[in-house]
Structure formats: C-alpha cells, structure tokens
Design a protein around this ligand. Sequence first.
Ligand code: PLP
Length: 449
Amino acid sequence: MKTSTSWHPFTQMEEFDQLPKVVVERGEGCWLEDVDGHRYLDGTASIWTNVHGHGNPELDAALRDQLGKVAHSTYLGLSHGPALELEKSLVEISPPGLERVFFSDNGSNAVEIALKLSFQYWQLVGQPEKTEVLAMEGAYHGDTFGAMSVGGGGLFHRRFEPWCFPVHRFPQPVCREAGGVVEASSDAASLDALAAMLEDRSGKVAAVILEPWVQGAAGMRLQPRAFVREVSALCRQHRVHLILDEVFTGFGRAGPMLVCAETDVRPDFLCLAKGLTAGYLPLAATLATESVFEAFLGEPAQNRQFFHGHTFTANPLGAAVALKNIEMLKNLLAGDDFPARMEYFGNALRNHFMGHPNVAQVRQRGFTCAIDLCPAGALAEVFPAPARTGLKVILKAREHGLLLRPLGDTLLLVPPLVISREEVDFLCRTTLQAMDETLQTHPSSNPHL
Ligand code: PLP
C-alpha cells in the first residue's frame, strides 16, 4: 500500500517503499528528531548544507526579523536591502576581481548561469567560435542540462547524454589524504592533459570548469591543494575563462571560507550555494568579474543583456539568513577551536577506519569524508551491486541514531561544521558499529568497539 505520494530524488521508489521511513519533525544543533521522538545525528549536514546547526538562535532571529518586513519581493527591476548587503559581503570574501553577483536559487542554476555568461561573453567580444567547455572527469555540477553536460557523465546523467552538449574532459589528479596525512599525491598527468587540450583548442574553448580541492559527489575525490592554482595559470595563459564551482567546498566545508580565496586563485566566475544560507533556505550566487559584466553593457536595442532569471532570484529571507551566516562563519573560522575540531575529525577518522578489514580507502579534507567499503581483506574488490551494502550499512546506522547517505558502497560523512568532539566520536563509533553489524566483521578486529 502507498504510504505517501512523494517521489524522492535519486531514489528507486520501489525499493524506498519497502524501507522504514524517517519523517523529520524538528532539529536542534547537529541533531534531527522524527515524529516518533527518535533523535539522529545529522551525518550529512542535510546534504552538505548545514553550517551552524539546526535551529540556531541567531540565524532564526535574522530570519524572523526579515519575515517581519517582507518574505519575498522580485529582483526583476527592483532590489531590496538583504540582497544589496549580501552582495557586498560576498564580494568582500571573494578573491579580488569578482565584483558582480547574479543570484539564483540552487547550485545547478549557479553553474548554468556561469556557463551561459561565459558563452554569451565570447559572442559579445567578437569571438563567437569560443563555445567549448573543458571539465574534469568525475565532475558533478548539478542536474540541469548545462550542469549535466559539464558533469562527468556518470550513472546520474548517462541516460540524458544524447541531450547534453559535448564537453572535453581531462583526468582527475591522484590525491589521498586523511587527518592531514597525505597518502598519495600526483597531478602531473592531469595538468599535462589539460595543457595539451588547451594547446590544441584554446581558440574554441570558452571555459574550464572545476570543483576546487574536492569533487564531492564523485565520492570526495581530492586534489593536491596547489592543483587549482595550476589550472588557473593554464586558463590565464590560454585566455579561457575559469569557472570555479564552490557549491560544495565553499563556506568552510573544505576548511577555509572559500578555496579560491585561500589559494589566491582569481576565477572569472564563482558558483556558490549549499552552505551560503547555512543550510536554511535555497539561495545561490554566481559571481563574475567586472570585465565580464562590462561586455554585457550597451543600448537596449543591441540586446546585449543577460537573458536569464528565476522567480525567486535573491529571495529576501534567504539573503537575510546568508548575511548572518557569513558574519557568524567569519568568527567561527577565525577562532582556534575550528581548526582544532577539524583536526580531531580527521584523526578520529584515521583511528576508526584506516586498517579496518572492510575499508579500502578513507579520504578526508575539512569536514568532508568518504569511506570506500570492500569485502573483508580484499581492498581491490567491490561488493556485488545488488547486495546494496552501502544502503544496508546506513540503515543500520539509522537504528543507532545516525543519519548518513551512501554513494554506492562509499559512505559519506559530512557533518555540520559546529559538530563537537563528542559528536565526532559518536559519528565514527556508530558508523563503525553499523559497518560491523552489517558486514559481520569480527568485533575483535576493531579496537574501537
Ligand atoms: N555543484 C556541486 C559541486 C555540487 O556538489 C552540487 C550538489 O551537490 C551542485 C553543483 C548542484 O547543487 P544543487 O543540488 O543545489 O542544484
């Protein structure tokens, strides 16, 4: 019998209908509570968005304050205080040169907008032949057609390929790191491939797009920290745009406020969403340089303007909460406790999972982590897909009060940035317990149980 008429994202509903349901009612700090009163640690930060915890009093107050004024007013031909202030704040935290802000409402749209801006820019400056995009293998930039096209063409998007535009792809660098210890690192092959592509076709290339430092949806595939600088240098050298997609890595998720500012990389476009509102409301922004902006200026009859917009562009509630988030995040990142907790998280992951017989690899940077599961002792092997091993582990974790989401048989641990040391211990201990109960690993092989 149907228990609900919802159709969930990325979900085989035939399977979902058989699974136990969690209906969330409230949240406080890093915890969510369901309608039956069960509490769960939010181990996905509500899909990589939550920064200061649920029900944060300061964010709630900022939201209520704005609600007392106006919930929504269009940004088409009008503006409002929260967005005007937020623009200033975004420009201030971004690398020099990014001075224009185009608002939208989700990460896919932020990417779509950067792609369209780049595409139109080259027409406006008399180089309409520059239409191609270069992207990294395994990339994920969202689910609209432009974003899917530049994505890595994996399982999520394969069916839609015939409707996507062609993109040239360069290989991922190799980087394995957890708890600050780099296990493997090399980016020469990736950079050489990109350089060769640009040598060959830069006259036709509009932009290179990259998720800097971490490809999240690819399973936390890491890059050496300086890789983004090398990519940026190649883009400058060959006069193609650099689009950085910090939808996932931005707002402290990978450590710094923004990876581009931390690495002193100045992209032509910067895409932001997810943590922008601390996980409260759907809001996104695409930042562009002043020189890109100027190319769109002209007489109305010339039709040079950017023909793109969304109904809820720059929603005032989202803008008000984003503004407060950034103010709070600056304080959080400036203190000693944040890096210390991040280090604690990395060490806890190393201690709990490295060397475990069912773990092929652990990758972690900032408050992001992926744990690749494997059959006991067989690091190079995978579980048969129909076994649904990753799903079974996260369902077991749920029974013990932890919400996680698997990516196949990779467990992704992405908690709110304010997670405490005790909560990190709970996150690791419960994940381990769920793995061992599901995979029947002998508890004596796990010193932490
Ligand atoms: N870009 C990156 C790097 C992402 O990780 C995501 C979502 O996970 C997106 C874009 C798409 O964002 P949204 O789901 O808000 O459309």
